[in-house]
Design a protein around this ligand. Structure first.
Ligand code: LM2
Ligand code: CA
Length: 476
């Protein structure tokens, strides 16, 4: 399928996962726009399962976060708000210069329950006004496994046509289902949405994704919608993320794992990490090309898997990893901020009926995208643009430094102690203000001054778990 040359690649985005729509609207206006975020990714806005009773055994959360991944209809009444609130949010964000990207659940409907946030009731494979049995693989005899579920994640007929964890798998190859899904996505585009994170894209054949995409309209900006596919690594041939690059961008899952391995802060492992190993990051390290990748340190799935990924619970190491990704500039970096949780099934702060309450950062919510050190690096990332990395230096352990062309220079220290480095910055001689620990102000600096000699060398002390960054524009 022709994606069209004019597809808009996002700049730095933030996933405000399961924030309600009024809170996102406010955040766009008050924080994201002024901080220079290019876009916000929002949780699935379609009507979804709303549980009425606890399940068996260890089930203790009536409205777990994952209700929203069980689609019931494409009305936009959800845990996060009403259709009117959604429209208002998109409008407010666009006005603030922030594009909105939607997590699109299009591979399946529900796997349990019978009642929804939108008030529509349903029965297995029967969603009045939307789908009936003929719209699903399993009841149509098209799933080859014994119980209708995916048993073998390496067998494409199962991965594509059987039920993922019991979620009723849509016949996405049919005209009817494609029309229904495209109708939903085009409604979102009409409301001003700029693109989609396609949930469970690995569970749809490339040709189905292409057929749905081909039905989508241009966005309010006159370009083809952004289309990033969730394709977890692993499996043979057509099931690999690389095999989906012909159909869209992909999530940088392997990159997130490599960042965890390098930063390694998971308590109890005794590992201190080796940031310098990320000197090579991208296709040479087995990752998908940056121009086709949505990169991130964590997301709503990975933050629950602390053995393999970093999360906000890793504190300063997590912040530093985000700063490193912004500095490195691989892919379209996405920062992640959601609710604070202790158990894997936890609900976001919500009313008894499950509707998510307004976000209060620090009170049940973790707002890392507001961290001044991350915001500063969003600015640095955008200022250096696509300039090539140069002057790479490392101590072969946890301190790295590099420039981006001659636009800017940065040093990052994942070690436990401050470290003094003497390195080539690639910048003209002069006095520069560090933009992370401080900022330029009226001819002076509020933070550290970096003095670059006439040959481009500078001696700089990089704080523990810290960053020093300068740009051509921070020269005094
Ligand atoms: C995704 N990507 O492919 C999402 O990123 C991931 O968060 C979703 O799983 C998954 N696909 C389906 O959209 C989550 C969660 C699951 C949960 C599902 C559906 O990780 O645990 O499954 O959403 O809500 C839950 C129960 C599971 C049950 C299933 C169906 O945890 O035990 O399976 O509902 O009733 C019997
Ligand atoms: Ca499927």
């Amino acid at each position: 399928v022709a994606r069209g040359r004019s597809t808009q690649e996002p700049g730095v985005t933030v996933s405000l996962w399961e924030w309600n729509w009024p809170s996102i609207a406010r955040e766009c206006t008050d924080v994201l726009g002024p901080a220079g975020y290019d876009g916000v990714q929002v949780a699935p806005p379609q009507n979804s399962l709303k549980r009425t009773a606890l399940g068996n055994g260890s089930d203790t959360v009536l409205h777990p976060w994952w209700e929203v991944y069980q689609a019931v209809s494409y009305d936009l009444t959800s845990r996060m708000g009403t259709e009117a609130q959604f429209k208002k949010m998109v409008k407010a964000c666009r006005k603030a210069g922030v594009k909105v990207y939607v997590d699109a659940v299009i591979n399946h409907t529900t796997g349990q329950g019978s009642t929804s946030y939108g008030g529509v009731d349903y029965q297995p494979y029967t969603y009045a006004g939307t789908y009936d049995k003929g719209d699903f693989h399993a009841p149509s005899g098209e799933c080859p496994s014994s119980d209708g579920g995916i048993q073998d994640f390496n067998a494409k007929a199962q991965v594509w046509n059987c039920n993922l964890v019991g979620l009723e798998d849509l016949r996405t190859g049919t005209d009817d289902v494609q029309a229904e899904l495209a109708g939903y996505l085009n409604k979102l585009i009409r409301y001003g949405v700029s693109g989609f994170r396609v949930d469970a894209a690995k569970h749809m054949p490339q040709r189905d994704l292409d057929a749905i995409y081909a039905r989508l309209n241009r966005t309010a900006d006159g370009v083809r919608p952004y289309w990033v596919l969730e394709v977890l690594p692993g499996g043979p041939g057509v099931l690999r993320p690389e095999a989906y690059l012909r159909s869209g961008d992909v999530l940088g899952v392997d990159g997130a794992r490599q960042m965890q391995q390098a930063f390694k802060s998971y308590t109890g492992t005794g590992n201190v990490g080796s940031l310098s190993s990320l000197e090579v990051f991208g296709p040479e390290a087995g990752l998908t090309p940056g121009a086709k990748t949505l990169s991130f340190v964590t997301n709503h799935d990975s933050e629950r898997n602390r053995n393999d990924y970093l999360s906000s619970q890793d504190g300063p190491t997590f912040i530093l990893a985000n700063q490193w990704l912004l500095a490195q500039g691989y892919g379209s970096p996405q920062v992640y901020s959601s609710f604070t949780w202790e158990q894997a099934d936890a609900s976001p702060p919500a009313r008894p009926d499950g509707r998510v309450t307004d976000t209060v950062c620090g009170q049940g919510w973790t707002c890392d995208h507001r961290n001044p050190g991350i915001v500063a690096m969003v600015g640095w990332h955008d200022y250096v643009g696509k300039a090539k990395r140069a002057n790479f230096w490392s101590d072969d352990a946890n301190v790295v430094a590099f420039s981006k062309g001659n636009r800017g220079w940065v040093a990052l220290n994942n070690g436990a102690a401050a470290k003094q480095v003497r390195v080539q910055t690639g910048l003209p001689g002069g006095r520069y203000c560090d933009v992370v620990g401080g900022a330029p102000s009226a001819g002076a600096c509020t933070g550290t001054v970096v003095t670059v000699g006439s040959t481009g060398f500078a001696t700089v002390t990089v704080p523990a778990k810290g960053v020093v960054a300068i740009t051509r524009a921070s020269r005094r």
